[in-house]
Design a protein around this ligand. Structure first.
Ligand code: CA
Length: 448
């Protein structure tokens, strides 16, 4: 979003006020993209504590609801006329910018991998380990991630035809051979302790490969990942749409598995905002939630898919051509290495609703899984009080209030803060009510 666009929008709002003209424009904005940037907020938006917030995003599908809330006028509709999504160069930059806050030129919150909001709140990944309380408010999307494997290495070692798939135990001999040769399988992710590292660790361990001793795990900036796969310095990469499709389209590698195969409708990325901002601006927070909830419904509507791809492909956003964005939005994935293609809308990114109910609602049970995995791999102490951290950070109560104000049907509002027992592709079960039982059931782990 350019500055001048915001300025002209503000001028218009001043001119139109909350008049009847505004409501007429608001109605038309729901169907016509051309009026979006001049839509006026609804009457009564004056009751908000502020109309301004800076929300960070990373240029991947998970950011779509934030981008659409801005581009289709949903923020304005709910009175957040100066809400702005701000592209972040990396997850580390997003963390740095939320520590600064918008008053210092940073951001107030935005899109996060999990459990970054909890780790920032607890001072685990902040400068000087300073605690910066944050609130998790909404899940932006589920699925749409996968584990990509390079075709091979510069020395001629090939990863093709070695059985690297969902069940990686079939490729154990190949992994053992690489390790014995002194150059173990090297897998990368873009930020430690969060989704991408946790997906790759779970996948390896489920196949009997110890991520701490049998392979090398490295952090690679997102911008370098494709180059590293092409040059063969990185064998595997945990990544989000549109990269899984692009890696196949560019013949750089193949897909071992989609995360939707590992854990259908798994928790993925979230909206979280600094607690001090939310505490100061509770009405504005709910206005943001309502805007993003409407954007999520818009994103899931097949009638809007072409326009969604067009908006996301923009230079300000994902900056990838529409033909690369359309297949994953339709759940179409080439897997490569002899695997059947996946053509199933329910396996791609989903934003509002899936077969297991609402996707936007932030289940506390899902936050607990991300923290339990950090305990599993020795990144958090075994004594960590997972429930206490989740109770401090997760504000599903605000999501519920916003959903009621938006007249979301009761059937689409989860009754409990847990989605119940989760079952992974390897048969392992997770129940947030007993994280010790989960940790005890895992064969490969660091925690005692
Ligand atoms: Ca992701």
């Amino acid at each position: 979003m350019s500055l001048h666009k915001n300025v002209s929008r503000r001028k218009f709002i001043v001119a139109a006020g909350a008049s009847a003209v505004g409501s007429v424009l608001l109605k038309s904005c729901a169907t016509s993209p051309t009026t979006t940037t001049t839509a006026s907020p609804v009457a009564g938006s004056g009751g908000l504590e502020t109309t301004k917030i800076n929300l960070g995003y990373i240029a991947i599908f998970e950011a779509a609801p934030l981008i659409i809330a801005q581009e289709k006028g949903f923020f304005q509709k709910h009175g957040m006329a100066e809400a702005k999504v701000v592209k972040q160069a990396s997850w580390g930059a997003a963390r740095d910018n939320v520590e600064i806050g918008s008053a210092g030129g940073g951001i107030d919150g935005g899109q996060w991998q999990m459990p970054m909001p909890h780790l920032i709140s607890e001072g685990v990944i902040t400068k000087g380990n300073k605690k910066l309380p944050m609130y998790v408010l909404l899940q932006t999307s589920t699925q749409g991630n996968g584990i990509a494997i390079a075709n091979g290495r510069a020395d001629g070692t090939s990863h093709l035809g070695k059985g690297i798939g969902l069940d990686v135990s079939k490729a154990k001999a190949h992994f053992d051979q690489l390790k014995a040769g002194g150059n173990p399988f090297t897998a990368a992710y873009t930020f430690p302790s969060a989704n991408q590292e946790l997906w790759i660790r779970y996948w390896l361990a489920a196949g009997g490969i110890d991520p701490d001793t049998d392979v090398k795990l490295i952090v690679v900036p997102a911008a370098q990942t494709v180059a590293n796969m092409q040059s063969g310095t990185m064998d595997g990469f945990s990544t989000g749409d549109p990269w899984p499709f692009r890696i196949l389209a560019d013949n750089i590698g193949f897909m071992a598995a989609l995360t939707s195969q590992m854990w259908p409708e798994h928790p993925e990325e979230y909206l979280a905002i600094r607690a001090d901002w939310v505490d100061k601006n509770p009405k504005a927070t709910k206005a943001i939630l309502k805007a993003i909830m409407e954007a999520q419904q818009w994103c899931d509507d097949p009638a809007n898919r072409a326009e969604l791809a067009k908006i996301l492909s923009g230079r300000d956003f994902i900056n990838v051509p529409e033909p690369i964005l359309n297949p994953p939005l339709a759940g179409n994935y080439k897997m490569g290495d002899g695997k059947a293609e996946i053509n199933d809308r329910t396996k791609g990114p989903l934003f509002w609703k899936g077969s297991r109910g609402n996707i936007s609602y932030p289940f506390k049970s899902h936050d607990a899984w991300f923290l339990a995995e950090n305990v599993r791999w020795g990144k958090l102490p075994g004594t960590t009080d997972i429930k206490a951290i989740v109770d401090r950070v997760n504000r599903e109560d605000l999501w519920r209030e916003a959903a009621k104000e938006l007249n979301i049907p009761d059937a689409d509002i989860p009754k409990e803060t847990t989605r119940g027992v989760e079952t992974f592709f390897d048969g392992i079960k997770f129940d947030a009510k007993d994280t010790s039982a989960y940790l005890g059931s895992l064969k490969i782990k660091k925690v005692k």
